[in-house]
Design a protein around this ligand. Structure first.
Ligand code: GLA
Length: 673
């Protein structure tokens, strides 16, 4: 059957995970009444309900789900119907003990948690197909069901499985990829340490070994693991699609996801959905939130997406679970919206009294409705109603940041020149610089067509294929500006060092290769002389071999003392910049100012801590402003404030901690701010 288009609902979506099976039936009536009060129009149900839906193998009990969906529908609330494959029941593991996950050290994961099934297990795959089929047959035409939510956060809590079924799949996967052992031996460089294979049956999983495992093998293992997860998604999706037309999604975890290559996953879903939780140790966690939102939008090609889960206040699974302060949830939600989300949802509707997540915040907290959190939940619901016209508008960016999960996997392997040179840290530092400069970005894969961007930033592209290198070189030659961070262009798709020196695929674009890495001892720092400025840097120096680039910054102190650190190269119509060290978001400012000038970008200026994003609609634009600071500020803008109804004639007063969404004239039609 063909999928109906998302969105299926008019206006913005508001709601959360709803787990009513944890509550007596009378609470459900109170729930739907409160949902109406809060303006909730979509809830995700059934995600963990397998044991309730199929209490014994082949014995289904859908009566309670019928009742629930009818109740929701009668109250004008739509359902995002989950498939419960993340949590098979106790009977399943008793009947199919081999379906349990085996970890790297050979330990078999027991029952009593969630996410315990081996994605390679044939009985598991059959069981999830059956369950998805039963659900689809029963609810294909239920009027409450507008969306399917397959599984939950693929890859957590476990992605890798080292059990016999997984190893057998792994061998099949390798045979398909390489066809011959000769090709596998070549790709993995098995001549090193005498790892050559002469029989497919001898190829094992990269489990516990005396010292580090062949890195190319581990990189393939990451690809295989991701493919396995995606195969399981397809099994369920296709089972649903055979009987039902509602769109199908699953919830991603953007920058927090390690095991799933979301460029590939986004191709499989009808609408991109993401979960995001603030990271408590991060004082500027709202910057990480923005990164995650931009990445989510980008993997979906810019289409409006769903924030499937975030939290009303604290989570429960970090070391120090900080509560959101008044107004913070609203700022978080509106930032997601500003960066392209047309659905704002939470984990979860009502706080659980029992179980592992009883200290996780919810839309209805343990304190009940006479609480700050519930009042803010109701307020946010009212806001989203007022913002209905934002639905469908899009974020546009002049800058792309390169993000590649394969590079993350390869970069995170062991025995790198410095443990302190980290993919995620570099991504965040460069992103934070752009965020603070109010430069809206898309994320892109290094092999994408980048021609529409004025600037492409590659904070950390350790793995860069030769064709990606050609793509970036073409981009520069045709007039683009490229900014590349250190430890980029080092290995190919097999984690083998490129011939021609470190960074060889970018040699033409950057006018250099790197002769030798000169990482610093832990805790040491140095400076970079950049024009008149002395930028503090740490972790990484290197010995650059110039092949045409001009030196713009030089190492002062440290192992690279006196050597080039930052370069600029003109190639064809464009420019390639290179930063051969680790600079913080602060220190990057001096460099990016020059890079923007080359790219013809003039970042707008707003008071510090104020985040301003635009969404473009067909006939008008929307400016979304979020004040992360405590001070009241003024922004120059003209338009209609959709939350207060006020007409803004040139100056918007934005309170400390406040948010605003202003409808402005369309920039496309020559008006705008
Ligand atoms: C994840 C899961 C939810 C819940 C939340 C808690 O996002 O999908 O089921 O466990 O975390 O933050």
């Amino acid at each position: 059957m063909t999928a109906a288009a998302w969105p299926a609902l008019e206006g913005l979506v508001y709601g959360g995970d709803y787990n009513p099976e944890q509550w007596p039936r009378e609470v459900w009536d109170e729930d739907v009444a409160l949902m109406r009060e809060a303006g909730v129009n979509l809830v995700s149900v059934g995600i963990f309900s397998w044991a309730m839906l199929e209490p014994k193998e082949g014995l289904y009990d859908f009566a309670w789900m019928d009742d629930l969906l009818d109740l929701l529908h009668a109250n004008g609330i739509a359902a995002d119907l989950g498939t419960p494959s993340v949590s098979p029941p106790a009977w399943f593991f008793a009947a199919y003990p081999d379906a349990r996950v085996t970890d790297k050290d050979g330990r078999v994961m027991g029952f009593g948690s969630r996410g315990m099934a081996s994605h390679a297990s044939a009985p598991y795959r059959e069981a999830i197909a059956r369950m998805a089929t039963e659900l689809a047959k029963r609810y294909a035409s239920h009027p409450a069901v507008v969306l399917w939510h397959v599984h939950n956060e693929y890859g957590v809590p476990v992605a890798e499985d080292f059990g016999p079924a997984a190893v057998a799949s792994w061998r099949r996967w390798l045979q398909e990829r390489y066809e011959t052992l000769e090709a596998l031996n070549a790709a993995w460089g098995t001549a090193f340490w005498g790892q050559r294979y002469d029989d497919w049956e001898h190829v094992v999983a990269p489990a516990a070994t005396p010292t580090i495992v062949n890195p190319a093998m581990k990189l393939d293992w990451a690809r295989f693991t991701d493919d396995q997860l995606r195969e399981c998604f397809r099994i369920e999706r296709d089972a649903i699609r055979a009987h039902a037309t509602q769109p199908i999604t699953t919830n991603f975890m953007a920058h927090q996801s390690w095991n799933t290559d979301l460029w590939k996953w986004a191709q499989e879903v009808d609408v991109v959905a993401d979960d995001h939780y603030l990271w408590s140790p991060d004082e500027d966690a709202h910057v990480g939130l923005a990164l995650s939102a931009d990445l989510t939008r980008s993997v979906g090609g810019g289409a409006p997406w769903m924030l499937m889960e975030h939290s009303t206040s604290a989570v429960n699974w970090q070391g120090h679970n900080t509560a959101k302060r008044p107004g913070e949830m609203r700022r978080n939600a509106i930032t997601h919206l500003g960066r392209g989300a047309d659905a704002i949802m939470f984990f979860q509707w009502r706080a659980s009294r029992s179980g592992a997540e009883k200290f996780h915040s919810a839309m209805v907290p343990h304190a009940g409705t006479q609480s700050r959190v519930f009042r803010e939940v109701v307020q946010l619901g009212a806001h989203l109603k007022d913002l209905a016209e934002v639905q469908g508008s899009r974020v546009e960016a002049e800058v792309a940041v390169l993000y590649d999960w394969e590079s993350l996997w390869a970069h995170d392997l062991e025995w790198r020149p410095s443990d302190d040179m980290q993919f995620r840290e570099r991504m965040r530092a460069f992103y934070e610089r752009l965020w603070r400069d109010n430069v809206t970005v898309d994320f892109a894969h290094p092999e994408h067509d980048l021609s529409r961007y004025k600037l492409v930033v590659a904070p950390s592209s350790y793995l860069l294929t030769a064709s990606a290198g050609e793509n970036l070189t073409r981009y520069v030659e045709r007039g683009g500006t490229l900014l590349v961070g250190a430890f980029s262009g080092i290995v190919d798709e097999n984690d083998a060092v490129h011939a021609g020196g470190f960074g060889a695929p970018l040699k033409d674009a950057l006018g250099l290769t790197v002769e030798e890495f000169l990482p610093l001892r832990e805790g040491r720092a140095m400076e970079i002389a950049y024009g008149d400025a002395a930028l503090s840097a740490d972790v990484w120096a290197e010995d650059i071999g110039l092949t045409g680039a001009e030196v713009r910054g030089t190492f002062v102190g440290g192992p690279g003392d006196g050597l080039p650190a930052i370069t600029r190269h003109q190639r064809g119509e464009g420019t390639g910049w290179y930063v051969g060290t680790r600079l913080s978001a602060d220190a990057l400012a001096a460099v990016t100012a020059d890079v923007y000038a080359d790219a013809g970008i003039t970042p707008p200026s707003f008071p510090a801590g104020v985040e301003v994003i635009s969404r473009r609609g067909d006939a008008q634009d929307f400016v979304i402003a979020v004040n992360h600071g405590d001070d009241d500020v003024e922004l120059e803008i003209t338009g209609a404030d959709l939350l207060t109804g006020a007409e803004i004639e040139g100056t918007l007063e934005l309170a400390g901690g406040g948010v605003a969404v202003v409808r402005t004239a369309s920039a496309r039609q020559g008006g705008g701010q």
